[in-house]
Design a protein around this ligand. Structure first.
Ligand code: GDP
Ligand code: ZN
Length: 406
């Protein structure tokens, strides 16, 4: 039986498939329903970008198979790259930004019933989606577009416009939603924010107590999603002896992460954090009460994000439940969304988890057992690094905990 499959990949891999070197693809490949429609293939193409310069591409395959089940090998009859024009024609989607070069660019800052609030050149426009885009975009996810998506639009008047095309996402920060459809449970990814580029991981020096495991968790999530993280210790005005804080932040600085110590109260470190956020689309994560809203207000007074002060608690707490991007004066955006904070691990396998602990990658000595998951194998270099004081015990503890899926 033959079947037409649209398979998302990178340009380099696509070229190899098209030229006949598709051994890697055939071996162990299961053609799921997910590959049989174009939008998931586009999503795959974007996700499999490893380096910035990787070009996403969609390959059109004619495959031959006896039965489509796991373990079965499929034979590829023909393969060719789909052109941008073809993809655009079929989906209204383009990888090629030049195709819409003349149209103004915008960014989705808020969802608005069935429309989208788009920021374009410092103004907001309420925009609808060109109708031909709706069905194709919807097939791959919950909502056709999400906050942070970059679009090209036609402006209708001073307040409204039409979205003509959606740009490829660089990152898709989301969570896995478990749905129960009758007796079956399905997991589907739902994107909370598109194109997030900075993640500010906030902890309080005091009240609520420091949570190093939470820092480690979000560092992994950031790396997994290709987002640049910064470890932020707030409320440093509350402690006299700063040495324990410096020790903690030193752990992360030594591994190579960006760090900042702040006080939303005295303004210390705020300039530094503001500079870090420039030209990024950042989100803040951290448990309730660490000072996320206060930090945002200190960074820019007009961010309109309500701190949950005493008065407000009395009169019924004001909480922002909708995801929204706020433009920053020096360029860039900041997102405030409850969804971003509750994110859990997204199916990160123990085999790949160690990639997200840079200090493990930096060790010179290899482990005796290969492959080693550093969970107690004999002759483990990571275990030794912890014993020798090279790797922080708290980091290793987090690693073991995440390996256990927690
Ligand atoms: P969120 O839940 O993370 O958004 O935290 P909030 O911004 O609502 O702050 C919680 C409480 O901590 C508020 O009462 C703030 O006034 C207070 N707070 C926030 N940042 C600081 C800080 O740097 N120093 C001090 N002393 N208090 C702070
Ligand atoms: Zn090991």
């Amino acid at each position: 039986m033959a079947k037409t499959v649209y398979y998302g990949t990178t340009m380099e891999e696509a070229q190899r498939i098209a030229e006949g070197d598709y051994a890697t693809l055939v071996d162990g490949m299961i053609y799921t329903q997910a590959h049989l429609r174009l939008m998931p293939a586009i999503g795959d193409a974007e996700r499999c970008r490893v380096k910035d310069e990787d070009q996403p591409a969609v390959v059109h395959l004619q495959i031959k198979y006896k039965s489509l089940s796991p373990g079965n090998k499929a034979k590829i009859r023909s393969a060719r790259l789909m052109t941008d024009k073809e993809i655009l024609h079929l989906t209204g989607y383009t990888f090629n930004r030049a195709g819409f070069g003349d149209l103004p660019s915008g960014i989705v800052v808020r969802l608005c019933h069935r429309d989208y609030m788009i920021e374009c050149d410092g103004r907001e426009y309420r925009c609808s989606l060109r109708r031909k885009l709706t069905p194709v975009l919807r097939s791959g996810s919950d909502k056709p577009l999400t906050v942070g998506d970059r679009v090209k639009l036609t402006l209708v008047d001073d307040h409204t416009g039409v979205i003509e095309t959606v740009m490829g996402r660089t990152t898709a920060y989301g969570r896995t939603r478990v749905r129960t459809d009758g007796p079956r449970q399905t997991r589907r990814p739902s994107t909370v924010l598109a194109n997030l580029s900075g993640l500010i991981i906030v902890n309080a020096a005091l009240q609520p107590p420091l949570k190093p495991a939470m820092i480690d968790k979000f560092l992994v999530i950031a790396a997994f999603n290709g987002i640049c993280p910064i470890v932020c210790l707030n409320k440093i005005d509350l402690v006299e002896d700063q040495q324990p804080l410096l020790d903690l932040i030193g752990i992360y600085r030594d591994i190579g992460y960006d760090t900042v110590m702040t006080s939303a109260e005295t303004g210390e470190g705020i300039d530094e954090l503001r500079a870090w956020m420039q030209h990024k689309t950042s989100g803040l994560v951290g448990t309730s009460g660490v000072g996320k809203s206060s930090l945002l207000n200190a960074i820019q007074t007009d961010l309109r994000i309500a701190t949950k002060g005493v008065n407000e608690r009395k009169g019924g707490r004001h909480t922002t439940s909708a995801t929204q991007l706020y433009p920053l004066e020096g360029g860039g955006y900041v997102a405030d969304t409850p969804g971003i904070r509750t994110l859990q691990f997204m199916n990160i396998e123990p085999q790949v988890l160690r990639q997200y602990f840079p200090e493990m990658q930096q060790l010179k000595e290899p482990c005796h057992t290969q492959p080693c998951y550093h969970t107690g194998e004999p002759g483990c270099a990571v275990k030794k690094a912890v014993e020798d004081g090279i790797m922080a015990p708290s980091r290793y503890e987090s690693y073991l905990r995440f390996c256990g899926g927690r």
